[in-house]
Design a protein around this ligand. Structure first.
Ligand SMILES: Nc1ncnc2c1ncn2[C@@H]1O[C@H](COP(=O)(O)OP(=O)(O)OP(=O)(O)O)[C@@H](O)[C@H]1O
Ligand SMILES: [Mg+2]
Length: 1109
């Protein structure tokens, strides 16, 4: 018999399993623990129980590789580890369908919470994967930081001490995938909210909120970051080494989100936490009343106001609830005032209740998120992490409750591992020497006995009418429990303690399994009653805050319940009872945590402390029972059922008693006799190795069986498949053959048709040829006959034609002779008329040709085009000239008809100029090609002449610069000459000022020379207004245009009287009184072509005009 596995014995430091310790004594036990602890081996087994030493430092033994290493391995295969226990529990749950519970015990700070988290993370790592499963796992794991923030606090024993009990059921489906979970919480140590012992802190969340929340959040919660501002936060150890509250706050918020808290729920929770802090700051002062009593009043209302704002409570309602208390009897309501002490009591009670109810709500809320959705039956793994056994300097009701809980856990351990096991050996008739151990049932009884247990006494005292104080409760204990061997009190009847000065009068002492604890009775009654004045709960219920209203349902006036609520002790006892019953239905797995030192420091092993824990945890007894006993037991039926495949005689069916079957099996497997014993109903296997051997053989056998089943199944499957293939093949072959024959037939048929058609074609062609031959022969005869007949016919025709011709010749000769005779007769009539007719005809033809020729050779439509085609015949001379004249007139008319009115006026002017000057003045020809522009100065547009333009009323018809000839010396001065319909105006060129204005009717004539110059004289009517200074002698570059215009307008202005234009090289002008002769002479040619004027004497002004080149 050999198991081919690694063993925990390999490379072992000390002894991995205390069962193997030799020699077994308390010293060697502790020495073994120390040795392993020194070598960082913090886990040691006692059989299947794991002892865990708190290393107080982080260890590299929880990596994913380690998880893989321990996954699906036998418990004893590798060195001791908490993962081995977690794996064993998980596999039993998954494979053997046994609900499991992991019981983690040990005193405060021994590492229970850490161990529970390790177990959970291991199970999460090895169980199934998938999106939904991962979400469930993540939610289960993330519930821990949330609960730790609200339920853990720093104590002198542990920086992260659980101040509540937690039992978590993780639910799995049949495959071992997590479905969800249920968390039960046990009594939160709520007194911590209002007061913390020296060196301890309030719950983590308060510090985390103040350190980690953003300024904005704090402002919304009306909080200040400074811890010292809050009475409920003790200051001496507000900051804990190794704890980063700010980071933890972020972790908690994140965890809340993952667990499924809505954003407004988180906000409500934080508001409640803030409200508790605010509540702590409310202080009271006494106010004397007329009846001599003191009534409490809120000192500074600011905190109260802020708290009320946070929770949506009406301030006056809460303020009143801190000053009055209403007691409702059956029919009456009595209102009494509260003094300052009572007001503080009420305040603290409210704070504690607020916080503990908030905590319970959080647990319920987490449960809502993590509860299993599927309604199928599930397997359960429970993890119990409860507050550890505590001994403080000052122990109160909370420690009493915590230690009671630990007593119960110890009892369940003893029950299942020591007593139950030993009793089973005896029951099963197994040879057994009894092993002594301490059974703590007696202590449990002292506390929980229904008649005279301490909790029952406390309840009795709380419910009793009359004055009840902590002292009356202690008195009662002193009388009822005095004789109990684990109860100690100075005032008890047991004289033994009368002189014990370590036992104060207000205390009692209990000898717990883990040591003696001194409890101070102060506060026991109050804490057990856990009373909250109804006025406060009603004030809370009235709050306009969904969560707070929900937390205080008893405040609903419609549901006033006059019955007292169950006491805290009663509730706790009941829930512990339920827990114990629950644990007993599951397969237990133990982790027993040991604290190596009291300094929370690594590497320190305080022997006395460890020894104490080893003793009270009953570990030595555990080893002894384990060594003497058997590692495994199982009823015969399930054992045979499980292993019957290992023996041919029991497989597949054993017909006989199960025990004989098992005996047969063991004999067949040759398991040594000392390795097992047969009990009445069970077989007991001493060594786990034997069990592993059986399991290994079973596993192999199952594999073989699986292979066999697989083999038969495969064979059957292949055969069925083959038969199907064969059947199908026949069908396929039949179908194929039919198809192939059909194809062949079709082919032959097609070939036959082709051959047939060829043959038929050939025969037809042969026949056709014969028929054609016969036909041709027939046709040849016809042709020959036709030719013969044709020849005959033609010969006959020729003869007939010959005869006809001969006949016709006679007729022609006859007609010719007749014609000659007629012509000879007619000739004399013809000669008399023919000549005239021929002439007319010829002339007609010639004219026709002339006109058509003229049409194509007509000259262009330009009136100045002088071309005209040449006359073809002399006799057409007159016509030709007349046609030319007519054509010219016609094209001139056409040309004129295209003129506009403006253009017509221009031409009229040009015509007038021609009439005036043509062949009279040498300057004229050069003016013909120049257009008459009129307004050379653009007088209406040019801003320079604006004034001048406006001074002339009429439309300006000509505006030009002229030279006015000085009468004295003949020199010129520039003037602007304007011509309107009525006036001639002379103005200064620079200033635009009018120098002279001559009305046109005052003009008698204009004189110019015959030469090439621009001089002209305006001759005025004698006696007219304009003639005062005499005539004007001017010179212009546009003489022809100026004079023409003047002539045209002047004639119109003087009602048909023509303005004379004198053209002569000598004329007289009137200068003032003198008449001066202006004489034009020809000078030598000059550059610039300008004429010069010179006064020769009084009577003569000589103008020298250069001869034109
Ligand atoms: N396996 C471990 N590895 C590293 N440190 C550990 C381990 N177990 C415990 N510790 C350290 O010990 C401290 C106390 O452990 P833990 O909170 O689990 O004690 P506990 O038994 O739950 O105490 P209580 O009863 O007060 O809740 C932890 O905060 C951690 O620093
Ligand atoms: Mg803990």
């Amino acid at each position: 018999m050999e198991v081919k596995t690694k063993s925990l014995l390999d490379n072992m430091i000390g002894v991995g399993d205390m069962v193997l310790l030799e020699p077994l004594s308390e010293d060697s036990f502790i020495e073994n623990l120390r040795k392993r602890f020194d070598h960082n081996e913090i886990y040691t087994y006692i059989g299947s129980v794991v002892i865990s030493m708190n290393p107080y430092k982080s260890m590299l033994i929880y990596s994913p590789e380690k998880v893989e290493e321990y996954r699906n391995r036998n418990f004893y295969e590798l060195s001791p580890h908490i993962y081995a226990l977690a794996d064993e529990a998980y596999r039993s749950l998954r494979d053997q369908d046994k609900d499991q519970c992991i019981l983690i015990t040990g005193e405060s700070g021994a590492g229970k919470t850490e161990a529970s988290k390790l177990v959970m993370s291991y199970v999460a790592a090895v169980c199934g994967k998938g999106q939904e499963v991962n979400k469930v796992k993540e939610q289960l794991l993330q519930s821990n930081p949330v609960l730790e923030a609200f339920g853990n606090a720093k104590t002198v024993r542990n920086d992260n001490s659980s101040r509540f009990g937690k039992y978590m059921d993780i639910e799995f489906d049949f495959k071992g995938d997590p479905l969800g979970g249920v968390i039960s919480n046990y009594l939160l140590e709520k007194s911590r909210v209002v007061k913390q012992p020296r060196g301890e802190r309030n719950f983590h969340i308060f510090y985390q909120l103040l350190s980690g929340a953003s300024d904005d959040t704090l402002k919304k919660l009306k909080l200040d970051r400074d811890f010292s501002k809050y009475n409920y936060l003790s200051l001496d150890s507000a900051v804990v080494n190794g704890l980063d509250d700010a980071t933890s706050f972020r972790t908690v918020r994140n965890a809340m989100q993952i667990v499924g808290f809505m954003e407004d729920e988180v906000q409500s929770v934080l508001e409640l936490v803030a409200a508790v802090l605010k509540l702590g700051n409310i202080e009271f002062k006494p106010e004397s009343r007329c009846n001599g009593t003191d009534e409490s009043r809120v000192k500074d209302k600011n905190d109260l106001k802020e708290m009320c704002e946070l929770l949506g409570i009406e301030q006056s309602v809460l303020e009143r609830a801190f000053s009055y208390r209403t007691v409702e009897a059956k029919l009456e309501k009595v209102s009494t005032t509260l003094n300052v002490a009572q007001a503080y009591y009420a305040r603290d009670a409210l704070a504690k209740n607020l916080y503990s109810r908030l905590f319970s709500w959080i647990v319920t809320r987490i449960n809502e998120s993590i509860k299993a959705q599927a309604k199928t039956r599930h397997k359960v793994m429970g993890v119990l992490d409860i507050y550890g056994f505590e001994i403080f300097d000052d122990n109160s009701f909370e420690q009493f409750i915590i230690n009671y809980c630990n007593e119960k856990l110890q009892q369940i351990f003893i029950e299942l591992t020591l007593r139950e096991e030993q009793e089973e050996y005896i029951r099963e008739d197994i040879e057994w020497t009894n092993i002594e151990y301490f059974n703590n049932a007696i202590i449990c009884d002292l506390i929980e006995n229904h008649q005279n247990g301490i909790l029952a006494m406390l309840d009795e005292e709380c419910l009793r009418p009359g004055t009840v104080t902590d002292e009356t409760f202690l008195d009662k204990l002193n009388t009822v429990c005095a004789q109990h061997q684990h109860f100690e009190s100075r005032l008890s009847k047991n004289s033994k303690f009368l002189t014990d000065h370590s036992l104060p009068h207000s205390c009692f002492r209990i000898q717990h399994y883990a040591g003696k604890v001194l409890y101070r009775v102060e506060g026991f009654v109050d804490k057990n009653n856990d009373l909250l004045y109804r006025d406060l709960s009603q004030a809370m219920y009235k709050a306009n805050h969904s969560l707070i209203k929900h937390l205080f349902p008893e405040g609903n006036p419609a549901k006033v319940n006059l019955k007292r609520p169950p006491t805290a002790g009663f509730q706790f006892k009941a829930s512990v009872g339920t827990l114990m019953r629950n644990l007993q239905t599951k397969n237990p797995n133990y982790i027993r945590c040991i604290k190596p030192n009291d300094k929370k420091a690594p590497h320190i092993f305080t022997e006395s402390l460890v020894c104490h824990q080893v003793r009270y945890l009953g570990l030595m007894e555990n080893v002894r029972v384990r060594r003497a006993g058997y590692a495994f037991r199982q009823a015969y039926e399930p054992c045979l059922e499980r292993y019957k495949m290992l023996c041919k005689r029991t497989w597949p069916h054993w017909r006989g008693p199960a025990r004989e079957g098992v005996e047969m099996l063991m004999a067949d497997l040759q398991v040594p006799a000392e390795e097992f014993s047969y009990g009445r109903s069970k077989i007991f296997i001493r060594n786990p190795r034997t069990l592993f051997f059986l399991e290994e053989r079973r596993r192999q056998c199952l594999q073989d069986l699986a292979t066999l089943i697989q083999k038969i199944y495969r064979g059957w499957k292949c055969r069925t498949h083959f038969l199907l293939l064969k059947k199908s093949q026949i069908v396929v072959a039949a179908w194929y053959r039919r198809y192939a024959q059909e194809k062949k037939y079709q082919k032959i048929k097609r070939a036959t048709t082709v051959v047939q058609s060829y043959t038929r074609g050939w025969q037809a062609r042969k026949l056709l040829r014969e028929l054609k031959h016969q036909k041709r022969c027939k046709e040849a005869v016809t042709t020959i006959a036709a030719y013969w007949h044709g020849t005959q016919a033609r010969r006959e025709l020729r003869q007939l034609k010959e005869a006809a011709r001969n006949k016709h010749a006679v007729s022609v000769i006859w007609a010719g002779w007749q014609g000659t005779k007629v012509r000879r007769e007619y000739r004399k009539f013809f000669r008399a008329n023919a000549g005239k007719k021929i002439y007319n005809f010829t002339i007609q033809r010639i004219m026709q040709k002339y006109f058509l020729g003229l049409k194509s050779t007509l000259p262009s439509m330009s009136p100045i085009d002088k071309n005209w085609p040449v006359r073809p015949y002399i006799f057409l001379d007159g016509v030709h000239t007349e046609l030319r004249r007519i054509f010219h007139l016609w094209r001139c008319k056409k040309y004129r008809s295209r003129f506009t009115e403006d253009k017509k006026a221009v031409y009229e002017e040009k015509l007038e100029a021609s009439e005036l000057f043509k062949d009279k003045k040498a300057l004229y020809p050069s003016s013909v090609s120049q257009p008459f522009k009129g307004d050379y100065l653009e007088i209406s547009k040019n801003p320079k002449y604006q004034k001048l333009n406006s001074s002339v009323d009429e439309k300006v018809l000509l505006a030009d610069v002229v030279n006015k000839i000085n009468r004295a010396n003949g020199k010129g001065a520039t003037r602007i000459l304007l011509l309107t319909k009525k006036n001639v105006v002379l103005a200064d060129q620079k200033t635009g000022q009018v120098k002279a204005s001559v009305a046109l009717p005052d003009l008698t004539s204009v004189s110019v020379s015959t030469q090439n110059d621009g001089f002209f004289a305006l001759r005025l009517k004698e006696g007219s207004a304009s003639a005062v200074k005499g005539d004007f002698l001017l010179s212009s570059e546009h003489l022809i245009e100026t004079i023409t215009k003047l002539h045209h307008i002047g004639s119109a202005a003087s009602d048909g009287e023509q303005l004379n234009v004198d053209i002569a090289d000598e004329f007289l002008v009137q200068f003032k009184q003198d008449k001066v002769c202006v004489k034009f002479i020809q000078g030598a040619p000059k550059n610039g072509n300008g004429a010069s004027c010179k006064r020769k004497n009084n009577r003569l002004l000589e103008v020298s005009v250069p001869a034109s080149a």
